[in-house]
Design a protein around this ligand. Structure first.
Ligand SMILES: NC(=O)c1ccc[n+]([C@@H]2O[C@H](COP(=O)([O-])OP(=O)(O)OC[C@H]3O[C@@H](n4cnc5c(N)ncnc54)[C@H](O)[C@@H]3O)[C@@H](O)[C@H]2O)c1
Length: 278
């Protein structure tokens, strides 16, 4: 597992809990230790809530090792990259991995928006490169999008489908296309809710209530935008607009303003709602 941040932690936890040996790799020992500690805390909470027994927690932690070198991926059958959402950062990881990996290893990226075809083309084995797009929080959400790049082989897709099943996830195969499926549907819906607010169609609470009560969504789109982070929503909207080229994907001016004002949602304490520090 390359990258021990929010997603790397969740993905590493899920694989270790389902019996795989996992090496968590990041740029510094501090980062890998932070990742390991977060997994430890998550497992401890599961034991407290009686969702996991204490022995299983020990066994899961026992399957987890950490490394600050790509050599740590040398024996892996599956290498998952979840570093920053930046093409150059991901390409440099792919470059460093290529000479190290075993000839049958699959190399997948958890990218939310970058082209899998582009990442695959940077390796000598694009047939074994795909997207494996998990959702946050990884231990809770059962979906994984299996993203097929132009050169991804059928064998790779089928192997990933089996791997998704083996960790209790449902894998859905999608073509390499901006936003894949979930974000292409979800983020424009959030953008439209922001446009409704901007145009005075209804107030904040009422917009959220309509979608909770009228469409059975567990939370309203403005609440969800605050949870995801308005900067992340804007990045994805801007990618859809740029890569699909249609006006309907134009980010809402109010969304742009909120990001410019650093009202990014829960993480900055203020978005469409306020989140007092306590
Ligand atoms: N956070 C989400 O909700 C979410 C959901 C789906 C997909 N994603 C995608 O997952 C990926 C990771 O997102 P995140 O939220 O976990 O990010 P994050 O910022 O929490 O973690 C990224 C980690 O990558 C590490 N890293 C950076 N460069 C590295 C390198 N060269 N080698 C090893 N480690 C390196 C960083 O030190 C950091 O620990 C991104 O591509 C993001 O788009 C995120």
């Amino acid at each position: 597992m390359i990258g021990a941040g929010t997603m790397g932690q969740g993905i590493a936890q899920v694989f270790a809990a389902s019996g795989s040996r996992v090496t968590l790799i990041d740029v510094s020992a501090e980062a890998t230790e932070r990742g390991r500690a977060a997994i430890d805390t998550a497992l401890r909470r599961s034991v407290e809530r009686k969702r996991l027994d204490a022995d299983e927690r020990e066994r899961t932690l026992g399957r987890l090792t950490t490394s600050t070198s790509m050599e740590g991926a040398a024996d892996a059958g599956l290498v998952i990259e979840a570093v920053f959402e930046d093409l150059d950062a991901k390409l440099s990881v792919f470059d460093a991995l290529a000479p190290v990996l075993s000839p049958s290893a699959l190399l997948v990226s958890n990218t939310s928006s970058l082209s899998i075809t582009r990442l695959g083309a940077a390796t000598p084995f694009p047939d074994r490169v795909a997207g494996l797009h998990f959702f946050n929080p990884v231990p809770v959400l059962p979906l994984v999008e299996i993203v097929r790049g132009l050169a991804t082989s059928d064998e790779t897709v089928e192997a990933l489908r089996a791997i998704a099943g083996s960790i209790g996830k449902t894998g859905v195969v999608v073509r390499d296309s901006p936003g894949f499926v979930v974000n292409r549907i979800l983020i424009p819906m959030i953008n439209e809710a922001i446009t409704c607010l901007d145009h005075g169609v209804a107030g904040r609470n009422d917009i959220d209530a309509t979608m909770r009560l009228g469409a059975s969504h567990p939370m309203g789109p403005l609440q969800l935008a605050d949870l995801i982070g308005l900067d992340v929503c804007l990045d994805i909207m801007a990618t859809l607009h740029r890569d699909l080229g249609e006006d309907r994907y134009r980010p809402s001016p109010l969304l742009r303003q909120m990001v410019a004002a650093r009202r990014l949602g829960r993480k900055t304490g203020r978005g469409f709602y306020d989140y007092p520090a306590d």
